[in-house]
Design a protein around this ligand. Structure first.
Ligand code: SF4
Length: 453
């Protein structure tokens, strides 16, 4: 493993609160966590309730040069502080308000700093935008692979063709059309895509999560992520008692949608109160976990993997160097071959046996699918906890302390190159966004007055 990666993993592990230092923890053992941009294009052209953006966000002009310059600065800082590789979200307002060239430049800037980017969008754009995004001015492919997280839910207003959806079901065709654009892109250009589906959950649409799960699982997304709404951002867009929706409530709906239990306990990303992630795959319509917590053969493989292969950059390495890297590690830990074989056998039996899997593979009915619930925190809880943390004070109040622990085990970090701070996304949205957008509003006003000659 890269020495810098090993050092930042160790640092991350050491800084975690004791409660999350478990065998299943991925932070500090395999990854330092995900990253995101901030203040790079705050504006959005849809209106959602709730909206995590501060009230000034839509008063900031989208400006490609500002975006690319800021993305470079933030990613360079994150690479310096958090190591050479990470997944990072190109996030702000609506990413497709950037021109295709500026959007592509921002993605390439992220890659140049070792970040694997994912563009966060409401998905309301045309195929021509996507085609122009992946090609340069000379018509050559500049992005051989892209990654998008598309946010679709009935709490959003202003989508073309369905300005005020009355139910989640009314969005099914729009969710499918989004995936279809990327299938077409693959056919016409060879560009590959990783697609995630995002949905905000409030009491208003909680009971429809099962229906969304069942349709989205068939549509070709590789990740489904649900965010119970928190009281963050523009308070004019808060209309309900969002606190009523907990991770367990959403998970119960997800399981209802699949018609089966979805196990997540074998692997944990950060704090259980923030994140629940189930890594697995579909065989036809049945979902199977990569690792089951109650199968010793499988948890032994997880432990061996995290102990010996944790931090290896599998996704971002070219095949040959990766094979060499893995071969070297296997030579150092030859017992892992048998451990891996036992895991494979256990998982194969669980998933129906070799016959079922080979038939499904021949029909191309095996697909990876990760299921996530991410429970952001309310601004009123985050603000005091973050204030104490930045002053090095451990809260004595149990609820404040719990919020601090979640912030310390945060999986989603934003970088501030000017102040040198690494900030959890909850603190960014709850505390820093407002001031940042006020400044940006002055720097990038919507109306630019013509200069007198
Ligand atoms: S952004 Fe907030 S909810 Fe998400 S992992 Fe970080 S602290 Fe937890």
């Amino acid at each position: 493993m890269d020495a810098r990666t090993a050092a930042v993993l160790r640092e991350r592990w050491d800084a975690l609160p004791p409660g999350v230092k478990t065998r299943e923890q991925l932070l500090g053992r395999h990854a330092v966590g995900c990253e995101g941009t901030h203040g790079v294009f705050p504006k959005c052209n849809l209106t959602c309730s709730p909206c995590y953006h501060s009230r000034d966000a839509n008063k900031v002009r989208v400006d490609g040069s500002h975006t690319v310059e800021q993305v470079h600065a933030q990613m360079a800082f994150l690479a310096e502080r958090r190591g050479p590789r990470a997944h990072a979200q190109l996030i702000g307002g609506e990413v497709t308000l950037l021109s295709p060239d500026d959007h592509a430049a921002a993605l390439l800037a992220m890659r140049s700093h070792g970040r694997e980017p994912m563009s966060m969008t409401h998905g309301d754009f045309d195929y021509t935008y996507l085609r122009d995004l992946v090609h340069d001015q000379a018509g050559r492919v500049r992005l051989p692979r892209v990654s998008f997280a598309a946010h679709f839910d009935s709490l959003m207003r202003g989508r073309r063709g369905i300005s005020r959806p009355r139910s989640e079901a009314e969005l099914t065709a729009y969710r499918a059309a989004f995936v279809a654009m990327f299938h077409r892109l693959r056919q016409e250009t060879g560009v590959r895509a990783y697609l995630a589906h995002n949905m905000t959950v409030t009491p208003a649409n909680l009971s429809q999560v099962a229906g969304v799960v069942s349709s989205v699982a068939r549509q070709g997304y590789q990740m489904m992520s649900f965010q119970p709404a928190a009281f963050v951002g523009d308070e004019r867009r808060w209309g309900e008692d969002y606190a009523e929706v907990g991770i367990d409530d959403v998970w119960a709906e997800i399981e209802r949608g699949f018609g089966q239990a979805i196990s997540w306990q074998a692997l944990q990303f950060g704090d259980r109160r923030c994140n629940r992630t189930a890594f697995g795959f579909l065989v036809g319509e049945r979902w199977h976990a990569l690792v089951e917590a109650d199968r010793p053969a499988e948890t032994a493989a997880r432990d061996a993997f995290l102990d010996h292969f944790g931090g290896v950059n599998f996704g971002g390495s070219p095949p040959l160097p990766l094979i060499v890297k893995v071969a070297r590690l296997v030579v150092r830990h030859p017992g892992d071959v048998a451990v891996a074989a036992r895991w494979l056998r256990s998982m194969t039996v669980r998933a129906g046996g070799m016959g079922v899997l080979s038939r499904a593979a021949m029909r191309r009915q095996i697909r990876p699918l990760t299921i996530v619930v991410h429970r952001f925190m309310d601004a009123q809880d985050v603000a005091p906890a973050w204030d104490l943390l930045t002053r090095g004070i451990v809260a004595t109040d149990p609820e404040l302390r719990a919020t601090q622990e979640r912030l310390q085990a945060c999986t989603y970090t934003m970088g501030h190159p000017v102040t040198g701070e690494l900030v959890p996304a909850c603190a960014q949205h709850s505390v820093l966004d407002r001031g940042e957008n006020e400044q940006l509003r002055r720097l990038l006003p919507l109306t630019v007055l013509p200069t007198s000659s």
